[in-house]
Design a protein around this ligand. Sequence first.
Ligand SMILES: *Cc1c(COP(=O)(O)O)cnc(C)c1O
Length: 420
Amino acid sequence: MQIKANLVFWGYFLILFSAQSAILKISPHIMHIKKQRLLTPGPTPLYPPALRAMMASDIHHRTEDFRNIYKSVLADLKQVMGTSNDVLLFAASGTGAMEASVSNLFSRGDKVIVCSAGKFGERWAEITKAYGLEVNILKSEYGDVVSAERVEAALAAAPDTKGVFVQASETSTGAAHDVRGMARAIAKTPAIFAVDAITGLGTMPLDIDGWSLDVVIGGSQKAFMVPPGVAFLSISPKAWKLAETATLPHYYFDLKKEKKNGDKGESSWTPSTALILALGEALTYVKQIGMANLIENAQMLARATRAAAKELGLELFAAGSPGSSVTAVKAPRGLDSGVIVKEFRSRFGAVIANGQGSMKGQIFRIAHLGYFDFADLFGVIAGLEIILHANGHPVKFGSGVAAVEQVYADAAVAQLAGTR
Ligand SMILES: *Cc1c(COP(=O)(O)O)cnc(C)c1O
């Protein structure tokens, strides 16, 4: 009996000790050079020629030179967004264009529907409430989505609804909404459809004109590969019509004024000249690649990330409708996702995203939007394997990376065979 108890004691000690040694075996200080890598879903990695273009910003915005640049940026945005609707831009982060779409198109007390499935859906709810709209919030749990059927039913129950708001890609959870299905239900009603596509543009197909998306919002620091500070939006004729009767107060974000000036190649206020130059360079690159291929790039990386997570025994957060802008992965049981985020920084100089709000500590997010490639992902997944291992979650080194390689190889073979 005594011997057995002793054995149990020493066995327990041995397990503790070996777990401890697994942690100690992988020092975080092995590398003397750690490249700074920004791998979050916004701001995203910068396109180097765009960064260099910013240095030419010793230019005045009320000159012919700048007017030409501004005009071509607006035209290129229209082209890559694939719309004949007006496209306007503001010196603001993405939220500025979200606010502009509310303050310019609605009146106090207007009935609207907000689809909320994450932190950015909550932002729509906050903005519309701040402006005194009567908001019906269709809420879903984090990681889930709001279905097109729910939107259709809510519209049927309140036919005088003036607008519906959604995130194409809910960056906080990694989920993507059925924008097309929602648009079908909304287009036959008087309501306009405002889509926060800040991480949707360049990561998922969005046929603005074909699907009747009335307002589509983007931001510079997501798939457009330049620093934060420029927000833009497309506006349909149906939305412009609503602007005619809208009475909410606004000043800086004035769509009509911006349209009038934009047609002359000017912005209403001093534009962010450096960022406009950068955006011009990045848009040239996006046109060269093709928007469809930029989307496919993100979709491929997202597919590879999901395959790697599965191989490493990790669960996806938005497993039901994962988007391609970012993949949210649940940290393994007993490990705070903040530890993973912190170790990416301390071991590899890389910044990846933690969960937001109540998801903090539960999930970490691997981004795919914009200037990301397979070499980035090989590194991220290899780093993840090392971090998991160092924290007592042993993995077979290379197994996650192999899953990524397999997706790359399959796609490359399919392309040669002409089946893709
Ligand atoms: C980044 C982002 C925004 C805008 O946030 P800003 O900080 O204002 O740029 C809005 N919606 C979504 C889905 C986003 O990912």
